[in-house]
Design a binder for this molecule. Structure first.
Ligand code: C2E
Ligand code: CA
Length: 605
């Protein structure tokens, strides 16, 4: 090869090498770039993995997986800390270990759904046992396809949310009955009033108070009382439309708002329905309880335009309904507030009267018709009200019953009667039984028997000197319980009589099982005896019935001779009334007894 060629070749070889080197360099640079990219990717991957790990562990939700038997396969830190255990102690264990007993069945049901459901996600709420106590968790699991064996689940601690919901609920609902409370009721009423303002319609507010609830609560216990309130709430709910609201204000007081009404007729029907719904006895803890209600009604706009006024007026109307003999409803009328105020001040004065001894006992003789002798007497209370003179018991006894004063009044009457009997005995006067009136409310309270045996014990008078008068309607409210109590009283040696007989509704079959001594024919029949053949027929039927049941029978309110003659002809045993004497102070009775014993002494001589 000649020189130039060789040089050329040499030059071109050099260029190739350079080219190669260059390519190598480029390649290396590319490789390095790729490497850097890879390293970067790896960093990114690592960062992503870290992020994932962070996310996995520190996510605000628990993440865990289960196998088909409910064993935990994996769990993140949040999940583990919700369970309050180390992750290593959880993995491989059955999840139910951490579930509150009552939630265990729910968990297995959930698991079964997860492995068989067609839905994408299945959710359940469980009680979780953890170190800090019981918490509430919501589990949401991805459904597992057929053949799959891992269930992926998100677990969220919803304890606080549920707590807030509970607080919200407690702030707006009555925990016992589940009815809205005063706050929510007020809100609903405000809405109803605003709507009525726009539509020009009316709104009714009902105030319902159960009659004699307190005595049932006292005698059967609070659990029974609570059950009764729940049952009552349900019955009321059954009487109203969806748009109406019933709420419990306190104790045995319920309020209702009827929205969007046209006139009083619809309102009356609802009130009737509620009273009717209460008429069926309530069965509670083996007792059949008859409970009635008294309802007061105020209407928007005429009786008030805001909650407080409407409530106050419905309350006044309710008191009026109570006075009208309970178990009825009354619309508010002007003037009721004045009456409510009057009854409040009467209550306060009555308390004072009890303290100051302004209550006096009068005694009305009971005369045996055949012999004309005094064979008994009835103690009747009188109240000397400062500035008002003598107030009849028919005015203040209902208030005493309503305001919880009947028991202290009874105890006073009892003590005074026992002492008076003791005085008459120590004067050597004939021992004649004295009858005391028992209010319906007392029958349901504990302590009646104790008070009586205490008074007998302290004064040392024989129990046969005391007679208790119960009205027919009193007995019929809770027949079984009353019969049991009457049996106890009879065992103690007391006499019992049924007051106002004929106007109540005792069935004859019950009458046989009452352990009583005497029937008292109600005033109303005696008053009409000589003018109304029906009244006369009823009176003579009562007399005959008493005879055949071996009971004594006495007619009340005998004012005229012809009434007495009729009663004598029918074989009535005794009579009581103005014809012989009105109720008089003890001292007058002392004189009568002295005269009788002097008369008897003369007879003996
Ligand atoms: P009641 O048990 O029916 O008592 C009889 C009432 O009739 C008494 O009225 C009596 O004064 C009246 N009366 C007696 N004879 C005649 C008569 O010939 N004609 C007329 N028109 N009335 C006559 P009072 O004393 O006003 O008592 C009213 C009610 O108050 C009693 O009715 C009784 O249910 C209740 N009451 C009286 N004292 C007490 C008491 O200490 N405790 C309780 N829980 N209630 C009492
Ligand atoms: Ca009486």
């Amino acid at each position: 090869m000649d020189e130039p060629n060789r040089r050329e070749e040499g030059e071109s070889g050099c260029r190739d090498l350079e080219h190669l080197a260059h390519e190598l360099q480029t390649h290396q640079a590319e490789l390095e770039a790729q490497n850097r990219e890879l390293v970067e990717m790896q960093h990114e991957l690592e960062a992503a993995r870290d992020r994932y790990a962070d996310l996995y562990d520190f996510a605000p939700v628990g993440y865990l997986t289960f196998d088909g038997s409910g064993n935990v396969l994996e769990i993140n830190l949040t999940g583990a800390s919700l369970l309050g255990a180390e992750r290593t102690r959880i993995v491989g264990k059955p999840f139910f270990i951490w579930i509150a007993k009552e939630s265990v069945p729910d968990f297995y049901k959930h698991l079964q759904q997860v492995f068989s459901s067609k839905k994408n996600r299945v959710a359940v709420e469980l009680g979780i046992k953890c170190r800090g106590g019981l918490r509430t968790a919501s589990l949401e699991s991805m459904a597992v396809e057929r053949g799959g064996d891992v269930c992926r689940t998100i677990m969220v601690d919803i304890t606080e949310r549920r707590k807030h919901e509970r607080i919200h609920y407690l702030a707006h609902y009555d925990a016992l009955t589940g009815l809205p409370n005063r706050i929510l009721f007020q809100d609903r009423l405000a809405q109803a009033l605003a709507a009525a303002e726009r539509s020009g319609k009316e709104v009714a507010l009902f105030f319902l108070d159960l009659d004699r609830f307190k005595s049932i609560n006292d005698s059967l216990g609070h659990a029974a009382g609570d059950q009764l309130l729940k049952d009552v709430a349900n019955r009321i709910k059954g009487c109203i439309r969806k748009a109406d609201t019933v709420a419990r204000l306190a104790g045995d007081e319920f309020v209702l708002v009827l929205a969007d009404i046209d006139g009083g007729e619809h309102v009356s029907i609802v009130a009737e329905n509620i009273l009717e719904a209460m008429r069926t006895p309530f069965y509670i803890e083996g007792h059949s309880l008859s409970v009635s209600g008294s309802i007061g009604i105020s209407l928007f706009p005429e009786d008030g335009r805001d909650f407080n006024t409407l409530l106050r007026n419905a309350d006044s109307a309710m008191y009026h309904a109570k006075k009208m003999g309970r178990n009825n409803f009354q619309f508010y009328t002007e003037g009721m507030n004045a009456k409510a105020l009057e009854s409040l001040s009467m209550e306060n004065e009555l308390r004072q009267a009890l303290k100051n001894g302004d209550l006096a006992l009068y005694y009305q003789p009971q005369i045996e018709i055949a012999s004309g002798k005094m064979t008994g007497m009835e103690a009747l209370i009188r109240w000397h009200r400062p500035g008002d003179g003598w107030v009849p018991p028919s005015t203040f006894i209902p208030i005493a019953e309503e305001r919880g004063l009947i028991v202290p009044i009874f105890n006073r009457v009892l003590r005074e009667v026992c002492l008076q009997i003791k005085i008459w005995q120590s004067m050597g006067l004939p021992s004649i039984p004295v009858a005391i009136n028992i209010s319906a409310l007392q029958v349901y309270r504990h302590g009646l028997l104790d008070s009586i045996s205490h008074a007998l014990h302290v004064t040392g008078i024989p129990p046969s000197c005391l007679e208790l008068e119960l009205t027919e309607s009193t007995i019929m409210v809770e027949v079984e319980e009353t019969i049991r109590m009457m049996g106890e009283l009879k065992k103690m040696g007391l006499r019992l009589s049924i007051d106002d007989f004929g106007i109540g509704y005792s069935s004859l079959s019950y009458l046989r099982s009452f352990p009583i001594h005497k029937l008292k024919i109600a005033h109303s029949f005696v008053a009409d005896l000589t003018t109304n053949p029906d009244a006369a027929a009823i009176a003579s039927a009562i007399i005959n019935m008493a005879k055949s049941l071996n009971l004594r029978v006495i007619a009340e309110g005998v004012e005229k001779k012809d009434q007495l003659d009729y009663l004598r002809a029918q074989g009535c045993d005794e009579a009581q009334g103005y014809y012989f004497s009105e109720a008089v102070p003890a001292q007058k009775i002392t004189e009568m007894l002295k005269k009788e014993s002097a008369f008897e002494a003369k007879q003996l001589v």
